[in-house]
Design a protein around this ligand. Structure first.
Ligand code: MN
Length: 240
């Protein structure tokens, strides 16, 4: 019998709303631009096809409101940035494997939905864009993917519209609607599956509406997606 030279790493996971069970996370895919207004604020043509970047599966961290599944989350302000940005997003949780999934079958592969924040070191991203370098250091850092409890699609249904919002210390900064998605969930799942075989445990962050901005130590993020739930996340002092 063979073994491993070091203990196996913990499996990253996200809470499931109303359940003691958790959703084991495999990979995290993120859509770069998916709301017309946010694409415009970054100076892009809203008709561009979607593109993807990734975060490590273990970048996920619970961002909970409900004390039943946790006590609220504080994450340290990450290193190497002076301009940490919030991006509130609908998160799609994949429950069934598929490669080259047709758009009209795509929702069969969705286990559920969540509310996530694609934390971004915007200064590093701006430098990467200018130098035509990868986005990893701006997007794929530790705890860069806070996510609220997932809701099974059997309970929530599949969402075509609904408010997507984020506030910092109670002040609304992002206020969009899923109806504004340039590429809705079935398209995103289908197009992502052309590049990789999606597997159970994969999460897809579907892009953020307009209003992204900086957050700093001591500030509290709240946010939500109508029909899915709300999140709460505090940014702590700088740390790893
Ligand atoms: Mn994003």
């Amino acid at each position: 019998m063979t073994g491993f030279v070091l203990p196996l790493p913990a499996t990253p996971s996200v809470a499931v709303a109303g359940s003691p069970e958790r959703f084991a996370v495999r990979r995290i895919f993120c859509v770069g631009r998916n709301y017309a207004a946010h694409a415009r604020e970054l100076g892009n043509d809203e008709r561009d096809p979607p593109f993807f970047f990734t975060k490590p599966g273990d970048a996920v961290v619970d961002a909970v409101v409900d004390a039943a599944v946790g006590s609220g989350t504080t994450i340290p302000y990450p290193p190497l940035t002076q301009n940490l940005h919030h991006e509130i997003e609908l998160v799609v949780a994949i429950g069934r494997a598929g490669f080259r999934i047709p758009r009209e079958r795509a929702l069969d592969h969705v286990w559920g939905y969540g509310v996530g924040v694609d934390l971004t070191r915007r200064d590093l991203q701006d430098e990467a864009k200018k130098a035509a370098r990868p986005w990893d250091w701006s997007k794929a850092f530790d705890r860069s993917a806070p996510c609220g409890p997932l809701v099974p699609a059997q309970k929530s249904g599949h969402l075509e519209k609904g408010r997507v919002w984020l506030a910092v210390d109670g002040e609304i900064r992002q206020d969009g609607d899923l109806a504004e998605l340039i590429w809705p969930v079935p398209d995103i799942v289908s197009i992502c599956s052309e590049a990789v075989e999606l597997r159970p445990g994969d999460l897809i962050f579907t892009g953020t509406p307009a209003g992204v901005g900086a957050i700093g130590p001591g500030e509290k993020i709240t946010g939500g997606v109508d029909g899915i739930g709300e999140i709460e996340l505090t940014i702590g002092q700088p740390g790893p």
